[in-house]
Design a protein around this ligand. Sequence first.
Ligand code: SF4
Ligand code: SF4
Length: 137
Amino acid sequence: MDSEYKTGKDIFDCQQCGDCCNGFGGTYVTQQDILNISTYIHFDPDKFISRYCDTSGSRHVLTRGADGYCIFFDKARQCTIHPVKPYMCKAWPFIQTVILHPENWNIMANSCPGMKKDIPHKALIDILTIERNKLEP
Ligand code: SF4
Ligand code: SF4
C-alpha cells in the first residue's frame, strides 16, 4: 500500500516557534552564506566573520545574542534574513544525516514541533531525497 506521506509538507509544517534559532549548537555558515547575507544586509563580507560569527572547531557559526537566540532572530519578525538564511537553516529538517540515520528524525522532532514523528522509513527516505534535490547545493 502506498504511504500517506508523499511530500515534505506531509511530514513537516513549520510552526514558527523559533526554537531552532535558539541554541542547538550553532548555525554553520558557508562562504556563500556569508556573501549572500552580507549583500542582503549591506555589510562588508570581509568583516562579517568578526562581527557576526563565532567559531566551532574549524567552522564559523552565527553568533548568538544574550538571550541565546541567533543574532539574526527577532521575536516579532522571526528570521530577519529569511530570503538568504544559511543553507543549514533552509535545509532543515531535510538534512543529510537523516538519510544515513533515519532514526534521527524522531530525535530531531523532539525539539521541533513542526515535524511529524514515526514516518515509515521508506517514505521518509523518499521524501528527503525529493526535498534535498530541491535545495541549492
Ligand atoms: S523548531 Fe521547527 S517548528 Fe519551530 S521554528 Fe524551527 S523549524 Fe519551525
Ligand atoms: S539565520 Fe535565521 S533561521 Fe537561521 S538560526 Fe538565524 S534566525 Fe534562525
